[in-house]
Design a binder for this molecule. Structure first.
Ligand SMILES: [Zn+2]
Ligand SMILES: [Zn+2]
Length: 68
């Protein structure tokens, strides 16, 4: 049973790649706005949250590997 209760990433499972003590704006509204990429938070070491889906919401053009 996995319980995500992490204020570092604001429960999103993702932090800013540059500032790993802040939630990523890619995955979290109001997250770090430095423009850094998202990186898995320490509470999300296996990246259980769908990384592709996170980025698809931001830039669908960047997703080239949709399920065929
Ligand atoms: Zn976290
Ligand atoms: Zn940042």
């Amino acid at each position: 049973m996995k319980s995500v209760s992490c204020p570092v990433c604001a429960w999103s499972g993702w932090v800013c790649e540059v500032h790993t003590d802040r939630p990523s704006e890619v995955a979290t509204e109001g997250g770090c706005s430095c423009g850094g990429a998202a990186a898995p938070c320490k509470c999300n070491p296996d990246a259980v949250y769908d990384f592709a889906a996170v980025f698809a919401a931001v830039d669908p053009e960047s997703v080239k590997d949709w399920v065929h």
